[in-house]
Design a protein around this ligand. Structure first.
Ligand code: TYM
Length: 333
């Protein structure tokens, strides 16, 4: 039987942070052994809000470097840039015909992002239809699974609805209904503890951040909101930093750290120091790999070129079938 297939992507909007890493990228790396994986830099999603066109090409390369530095292995997974496979945007148009306007209007990310940039009415039509392009990213590879953080759940539901409607209108079972795959830490909170970690809120720690600034941020990070002094017992189950420990620190240390917190044997500073050590163990080799990749742009071009060719071969075939099912002639006729 064919291996199950994964597609996932991230927007090239600046350095990856620990939320992206612990919510998604680390999971991608682990899943490579068991799934046929497609990992994409979604540059066409990044232009749905105001952006710097001069900076975008470098942001795309930086994100691809972060995927590879984080452990995505191009000899096992297909790594490519969305715009190098123009079939995604064509499929998005076809999927828009089986997506409801009301459904798009209910997307909370659309509401949040359009509020950040002003009123909903002034948001771009591309921001509104963003989830349709995301559905196309997934369905063009007939992906069965999508590893993401929990903020993408609503978008995945829309992708499933589009697949269902397409199948019932044109061909039963044509598209799989893609399921989310979540890590044990699907939502990492920001350093301020109030909202999820995100670059736009500036409450993040970079995945490739150097040790000194990393420690400065970690030292100031929010922990259990009710633990206001060192002598009070903490609640690890509510603490964002304990959540990070669960993803990064050796399993046999976790009950010890939790107990030190609950019994107030140690303060949060102690727990943060141990987290710093765990982070350094995980991130130091990534910083090294990123440096090597930055010094070898030809290698990056080669990886992305090969990835685009592999992705395109699959995408073309799906699109050929879709056009045929929908009665669309397409360029070859
Ligand atoms: P993006 O670029 O906002 O985020 C990339 C990935 O990181 C996850 N993530 C988090 N996980 C845990 N805690 C956090 N604080 C946190 N912040 C971000 C996101 O859930 C995501 O998995 N729409 C997508 C990009 C996309 C896509 C796709 C994803 C486009 N096409 C097809 C999957 C499949 C997005 O904006 O992710």
């Amino acid at each position: 039987m064919a291996r199950k297939r994964i597609l996932s992507g991230m927007q090239p909007t600046g350095e990856l942070h620990l939320g992206n890493y612990l919510g998604a990228l680390k999971n991608w790396v682990n899943l490579q052994a068991d799934y046929d994986c497609f990992f994409c830099v979604v540059d066409q999603h990044a232009i749905t809000v105001s952006y710097d066109n001069k900076a975008l090409p470098k942001l795309v390369d930086d994100l691809a470097i972060s995927y590879l530095a984080g452990g995505v292995d191009p000899s096992r997974s297909t790594v490519f840039v969305q715009s190098a496979v123009p079939e995604h945007t064509e499929l998005a148009w076809y999927l828009a015909t089986v997506t409801q306007y009301g459904e798009l209007g209910r997307m909370t990310q659309f509401k949040d992002k359009s509020e950040q940039t002003g009123a909903e009415a002034g948001a771009s039509a591309a921001l509104f239809t963003y989830p349709v392009l995301m559905a196309a990213d997934i369905l063009i590879y007939k992906a069965t699974h999508v590893p993401v953080g929990d903020d993408q759940t609503q978008h995945l539901e829309l992708a499933r609805n589009a697949a269902q409607r397409f199948n019932s209108r044109f061909k039963k079972g044509f598209f799989p209904e893609p399921q989310g795959l979540y890590s044990a830490t699907p939502r990492i909170m920001g350093l301020d503890g109030h909202k999820k970690m995100s670059k736009s809120l500036g409450n993040h720690i970079g995945m490739l951040e150097e040790p000194k600034p990393l420690w400065k941020k970690l030292a100031g990070a929010y922990t259990d909101p009710q633990r206001t002094t060192q002598d009070e017992p903490g609640r690890p189950e509510l603490c964002n930093l304990f959540r990070m420990h669960t993803a990064l620190t050796a399993a046999d240390r976790l009950p010890v750290i939790a107990e030190q917190c609950r019994s107030a044997a140690f303060g949060c500073g102690h727990c943060k120091k141990e987290l710093e050590a765990s982070l350094d163990r995980e991130l130091a080799p990534m910083r090294e790999r990123a440096k090597e990749l930055r010094a070898n742009p030809e290698r990056l071009r080669e990886i992305l070129g090969d990835g685009a060719a592999k992705a395109r071969a699959v995408a073309r075939e799906t699109l050929r079938e879709v056009r045929e099912l929908m009665g669309i002639r397409g360029p070859s006729l």
